[in-house]
Design a protein around this ligand. Structure first.
Ligand code: 5GP
Ligand code: MG
Length: 175
């Protein structure tokens, strides 16, 4: 079956831009005098991260991790693997993880545990979106863009089976 998103915008580009500005203000305020390392979770966070870092007037550095993905399914397998690890040592660094979406929370809590073992000075999470009704493990999000209903979303970096990442707004796909 070819999956086509219905033309239903859940979050428009203007609202996304406002949220990115707000998050950047919060992050800039909290990281004054620091040189944070922002770690993007590939692939979904690449658009969000690109917009966010350009609003941040901080001497920041970037790195990326890639975790095992859903493939063509819309449900997490519950098993997470690091597919591409960090190139930057994070011991003693102020680390801020940039994620596109927290769904069950399994992926991000795995990543935060993995990073914590490397002894950063601080470790925080910035997520563009969150589906709290879907959480299966507790996750605390330090900087959050939007709380979502239980819908599958695409656009602004988020895919379904690798498509739709380039859409400028966020769409909800109805089953
Ligand atoms: P979790 O482990 O929290 O269930 O899933 C997190 C990952 O699943 C996200 O980083 C994202 O890659 C994917 N994911 C979860 N919900 C959605 C969604 O609504 N849309 C898209 N495109 N990906 C999602
Ligand atoms: Mg992701």
């Amino acid at each position: 079956m070819v999956f086509q998103p219905q033309p239903k915008i859940l979050i428009c580009r203007d609202d996304i831009a406002k949220a990115v500005d707000r998050l950047a203000c919060e992050i800039e305020r909290d990281y004054q005098g620091k040189q944070p390392l922002l770690i993007g979770v590939l692939k979904g966070s690449f658009v969000f991260m690109a917009d966010l870092v350009r609003q941040l007037d901080l001497p920041l550095e970037l790195d990326f991790v890639r975790l095992s993905s859903y493939g063509a399914a819309k449900e997490s397998s519950g098993k997470v693997r690091v597919v591409q690890g960090l190139k930057t040592p994070i011991k003693g660094r102020d680390v801020l993880v940039i994620e596109d979406i927290v769904d069950t929370g399994i992926t991000i809590s795995f990543l935060l545990d993995y990073l914590k073992k490397k002894k950063p000075a601080s470790l925080k999470l910035c997520a563009l979106t969150d589906k709290p009704s879907r959480h299966r493990v507790p996750v605390s999000i330090d900087y959050l863009g939007f709380t979502l209903p239980n819908k599958f979303i695409v656009g602004y970096g988020l895919d379904f089976d690798e498509r739709f990442r380039n859409l400028r707004d966020i769409y909800a796909i109805e089953d």
